[in-house]
Design a binder for this molecule. Structure first.
Ligand code: NAD
Length: 475
């Protein structure tokens, strides 16, 4: 179903994120017929170029980043929807021209794909030039603040000109198909929710591991580290969706209220429950990649987190994320408890059920169940997976789902905020993160070294072994 006609302005339309994700995503939505003919996309950035120059830039981006659905006719038709205005966020140049370009009677959306230092300037200019209305939407990218104080300031800056219902804070993890499926599985079945609590769940693991290092983002990354760059936002969001109470409706505030309650119920994680790491070998090291020999910023973190409420009392959540790891994977593993009593004498293979929700790669779910090993050998038990890879279950085509960014941008045009973070959520997440970071700053805590391409420092394994548990193995 096509969305309503819109004018989408991409501030930073010539930047890396626009080139790799936003513009290719918009093309795919156009290709799939979700974008009405009247829709327009306006690049707005510092570079002096005209609309044709921007179209050439976007053509290059589509050639590079659109593999399936690349069709010359469709690309030309898509490019015809593009326009470009050179603006200076910090000055006056270009704003009158932008104001003239915007049409009345269509949805106005402004994507702030620029550094957060420019958010306030852009919001001010939009307001001064009267280019917004009560229905206009703004989309803001991460990082949303560096700590609670800066996040509050950023929220206040945006709130000066926009109502909370107009602000779309992107966390692209929330746009992933499987994340929405997590809610469908939890609240659309009778099978899981009754067991989804401390009485039946032994523990939950959330892993987001990357094989790449810090790449060209060294300077930025070294100032944030894994805790700020990944845990405070992406892992926290996954934790919330896994742990939250059933919302009364699938609507933005009902869902976000429940997520907020989870964040507020988090206990501060003590020093003993955190392992920080930095990749390091003779050939390759984090310190060289960020060009800061004395850096104590972590490129890996593993932690045991507790949620102080009735549902989860006694069930820990283990989070881990890192760069230069063995496998690129994002997944949530729900490990159920073992049956209270075994009736089988030859109790060789029996263990606990495990539900794995994979965000990438091969989006899908996997549930291990214990069965009898086939054959005449007596009552021997083995664990087998009930695999629910969507591509297999539904066919390749149905599993060819929109990328997170394209889905989220269409939600902005539709005015649906469910998969975006609310201001108070972001602040609550920082309020939990800040004291932990302050604690290790005070201690001048040094990360443990780990081999690039490994599963992280040995100490992260010990964090689990201590509790007689194991991380799901990275392959
Ligand atoms: P970039 O440096 O590649 O692009 C910046 C864009 O901003 C350019 O188009 C530039 O012309 C424009 N710009 C800079 N100063 C300006 C000014 N004064 N007036 C008008 N335009 C100006 O940055 P990026 O990597 O595309 O990142 C954009 C935002 O998205 C940042 O907030 C970043 O943290 C966030 N982000 C990026 C990625 C990514 O993969 N690149 C991922 C997640 C979040």
């Amino acid at each position: 179903i096509p969305v309503d006609p819109f004018d989408l302005v991409i501030f930073g339309g010539t930047g890396d994120l626009a080139r790799r994700k936003i513009l290719p995503g918009l093309y795919r939505r156009y290709y799939d017929g979700q974008m009405p003919e009247e829709a327009r996309i306006i690049g707005a950035a510092r570079s002096e170029m005209d609309a044709d120059g921007f179209r050439d830039f976007v053509r290059g981006a589509l050639d590079e980043f659109v593999t399936k659905r690349h069709d010359k006719k469709m690309v030309d038709a898509f490019l015809a929807k593009l326009d470009y205005v050179a603006v200076d966020a910090k000055g006056t140049g270009g704003w009158d021209a932008l104001a003239k370009t915007m049409r009345d009677g269509v949805v106005k959306a402004y994507y702030f794909s620029v550094g957060p230092a420019l958010f306030g300037d852009i919001a001010d200019r939009l307001h001064e030039h009267g280019i917004t209305d009560d229905d206009a939407r703004i989309v803001v990218e991460k990082p949303f603040g560096h700590n609670l104080e800066t996040a509050r300031a950023l929220n206040a800056t945006l709130a000066a000109h926009f109502d909370e219902t107009q602000i779309y804070r992107i966390d692209h993890y929330l746009g992933k198909e499987t994340v929405q499926n997590l809610m469908a599985v939890r609240f659309g079945n009778m099978l899981f929710e009754p067991l989804w609590n401390a009485q039946y769940v032994d523990h939950i693991q959330i892993t987001v591991s990357e094989t790449v290092g810090v790449g060209g983002r060294g300077e930025y990354y070294d100032k944030s580290g894994a805790m700020r760059d990944m845990v405070q936002n992406h892992l926290m969001q996954l934790l919330c969706l896994t742990a939250m109470e059933p919302p009364s409706r699938y609507d933005p505030d009902a869902v976000r209220d429940e997520k907020l309650k989870v964040i507020r119920a988090l206990e501060t994680t003590g020093h003993d429950d955190i392992v920080r790491g930095q990749y390091k070998s003779r050939e390759e090291s984090y310190l060289e990649d960020v060009d800061n020999p004395g850096s104590i910023t972590e490129s890996f973190i593993a932690m045991k987190v507790r949620i102080a409420n009735w549902r989860w009392n006694g069930t820990p959540f283990y989070l881990r994320t890192g760069k230069r790891m063995k496998e690129r994977v994002s997944e949530i593993v729900v490990r159920f408890k073992e049956p209270p009593h075994s009736i089988f004498e030859e109790d060789t293979g029996q263990s606990a059920n495990e539900l794995t929700i994979r965000l990438q790669p091969n989006e899908g779910m996997d549930l291990t169940v214990t069965i009898k090993e086939p054959g005449p050998g007596g009552m021997r038990l083995i664990d087998v997976p009930l695999d629910m890879t969507f591509a297999e279950a539904l066919g390749e085509e149905a599993a060819d789902v929109p990328d997170a960014y394209e889905r989220l941008i269409m939600d902005v045009i539709r005015g649906n905020q469910t998969l975006f973070m609310r201001g108070d959520e972001v602040e609550a997440a920082w309020a939990w993160t800040d004291p932990i970071i302050e604690d290790w700053t005070r201690r001048e805590d040094r990360p443990y070294p780990y081999e690039p391409g490994s599963t992280g420092p040995e100490e992260a394994m010990i964090l689990m072994h201590r509790d007689r548990r194991r991380w799901r193995e990275l392959r």
